[in-house]
Design a protein around this ligand. Structure first.
Ligand code: ITT
Length: 185
């Protein structure tokens, strides 16, 4: 079974590849433009995105909408994470968090999977905190400023270790459970 991973972000494809290849699912990085609606719920962004992709006649694919939700910033950047990453970047997040004691934050990842005519939508979460400086050069996006263990950032750990605890890893595990219970893997 081949699934298109529809994203502009090769980092996501690598993480899916690693987790799903063991289930006989091959990932194919595909770029298909579609409108991402702006709402406050990742699930709504994903469902509307899937509608738009299916309307183009494309089937058997995965999309994911992810975000970093910082407690002290009222959940910002959240669904605006891609925009925040492009504009203020990790330095901007650290600047907003200067002198903020409550460093709590979580990553969330909502996966939408269209497979054999079925739609599965699942969300994974990973709690952690925002560091005081950027650390590490692996991963992508907010990885250099997010730590799940209060010690090393996601940029400083191997991908397998990130996947074992991350929002996307947790979402993929929920997806695999759903695929199994639907007899699809
Ligand atoms: P697509 O929408 O094309 O899939 P994107 O990178 O814009 O790619 P999102 O909107 O889902 O993806 O992600 C919002 C932002 O959050 C974006 O800047 C990502 O780099 C960042 N992000 C998502 N997952 C992440 C992760 O596992 N680690 C670090 N940053 C992440």
């Amino acid at each position: 079974m081949k699934l298109k991973v529809i994203t502009s972000n090769p980092g996501k494809v690598a993480e899916y590849q690693r987790e799903l290849s063991g289930y006989g699912i091959e990932m194919e990085h595909t770029r298909i433009p579609y409108n991402e609606v702006q709402t406050s719920e990742l699930e709504e962004v994903v469902n509307k995105g899937m509608d738009a992709i299916v309307a183009q006649g494309v089937r058997d694919f995965i999309i994911d909408d992810s975000g970093l939700f910082v407690d002290a910033l009222g959940g910002f950047p959240g669904v605006w994470s891609a925009y925040a990453q492009k504009t203020i970047g990790n330095k901007g997040i650290l600047k907003l968090m200067e002198d903020v004691e409550d460093r709590g934050a979580e990553f969330r990842c909502c996966i939408g999977c269209d497979i054999s005519g079925k739609r599965i939508v699942v969300t994974g979460v990973c709690r952690g905190s925002i560091t005081y400086s950027e650390m590490g050069d692996g991963g992508f996006g907010f990885d250099p400023v997010f730590t799940h263990d209060g010690n090393r950032t996601f940029s400083q750990i191997p991908m397998d270790e990130k996947n074992a605890v991350s929002h996307r890893g947790n979402a993929v595990r929920l997806l695999i459970d759903a695929l199994k219970s639907n007899g699809l893997v």
